[in-house]
Design a protein around this ligand. Structure first.
Ligand SMILES: Cc1cc2nc3c(=O)[nH]c(=O)nc-3n(C[C@H](O)[C@H](O)[C@H](O)COP(=O)(O)O)c2cc1C
Length: 337
């Protein structure tokens, strides 16, 4: 199945602009999400069960859809039918926003990589909450855990970020099995400053105060570019605020694997991120008991096994799917313990 994707589907998708190919695929999966026969057809990709329990949730397998592929949460039934063990939607911001000017996604096939500077284009928390409510009432809500990834609206000053996250949190939490605070995208100016101890503490304690009854697991997504000293501060801030998990990592601003002529502004993902992300997972696991969800350069069975070997509890894929298609899920799951 993977071969068929790489031989027939990928050349077609790669013959058009990267964002156009993305919209084409999402439109197909969105349509499939309403049709039982289409969902049935997608199930041929389903990997074997490799059950995992984390945050009090049951995952049929540890391989999840990373944030950014379904920012508006339009195709949850299709992702579940393909066999993802969990699905993370977003990043969602309090206000709807268009993101950065196009083009803003770039492919690097020789490096098995992408650079994007989308800038959190999304329909905003209210609209997406209405969509999720409708899906729930339709009876098509997936059985796998759903993560909701939230970020700061572009027009909100960094100093007011907490209120912006709180607003999205209040609107979306009822639909989330876990909530991700994205403080690591390189494409919203100032966002990564929220990884600093004071800003992160303020954000985490404000969210915790509004989470006393709902008690959703709160997960923090961090950048691969943090120094060991910054990582130490992030971990102690997360520990003292009882964070449930850490997603390591987002895309990197280190573009050294890309030649200067080909380079673009944005976050680099895919194979060149593998080593950096694995190293960070090892550092976190060595230092803290907080469970790690690994993301970054998980492109094949070997990199999936490597990340679990480094101590990650769960995995997420994005760029690997673009290059290898949904057959990747089975290849990875079969290789895991
Ligand atoms: C086009 C694109 C859009 C993304 N959008 C988001 C996003 O909205 N929120 C987020 O937390 N991560 C986003 N990411 C980062 C991915 O979730 C993932 O952490 C990163 O790409 C590393 O994994 P990968 O090497 O498997 O792609 C995006 C990545 C790409 C390539």
């Amino acid at each position: 199945m993977n071969n068929a994707y790489e031989r027939f589907v990928r050349p077609l998708l790669f013959s058009i602009d990267a964002e156009a190919a993305h919209h084409f695929t999402i439109r197909g999966l969105r349509a499939a999400s309403h049709l039982d026969f289409a969902l049935g057809a997608l199930k041929i990709f389903q990997p074997p069960e490799k059950p995992k329990r984390l945050f009090g949730l049951n995952f049929p397998n540890p391989i999840g859809l990373a944030a950014g592929l379904d920012k508006n949460g339009v195709a949850l039934p299709a992702w579940a039918a393909l066999g993802f063990g969990f699905i993370e939607i977003g990043t969602i911001t309090a206000k709807a926003q268009p993101g950065n000017p196009k083009p803003r996604i770039f492919r690097y096939p020789e490096q098995n990589a992408l650079i994007n500077r989308l800038g959190f284009n999304n329909e905003g928390a209210e609209t997406i909450a209405r969509r999720l409510g409708k899906l729930r009432r339709s009876g098509r809500w997936p059985e796998v855990p759903i993560g909701i990834n939230i970020g700061k609206s572009m027009t909100t000053p960094v100093a007011d970020a907490t209120e912006d996250y709180l607003s999205s949190f209040r609107i979306l939490r009822e639909f989330a099995d876990y909530i991700v605070l994205n403080v690591s995208s390189p494409n919203t100016p100032g966002l990564r400053e929220l990884q600093g101890p004071d800003a992160l503490s303020e954000l985490l304690s404000a969210i915790a105060a509004k989470n006393l009854i709902t008690r959703k697991p709160i997960v923090v997504k961090i950048a691969p570019d943090v120094t060991p000293a910054e990582l130490e501060q992030i971990l102690s801030t997360c520990e003292s605020n009882k964070v449930a998990g850490i997603i390591a990592t987002n895309t990197t601003i280190d573009h050294s694997p890309i030649s200067a002529e080909q380079d673009q502004e944005g976050g680099l993902s895919g194979a060149p991120l593998r080593e950096k992300s694995t190293t960070l997972v090892r550092q976190i696991v060595a230092r803290s008991a907080i469970p790690v969800i690994a993301s970054g350069g998980i492109m094949d069975a070997a990199s999936a096994r490597e990340r679990i070997g480094a101590g990650a509890q769960l995995l997420q894929v994005y760029t690997g799917l673009i290059y290898h298609g949904p057959g990747l899920l089975r290849k990875m799951a079969e290789a895991l313990p």
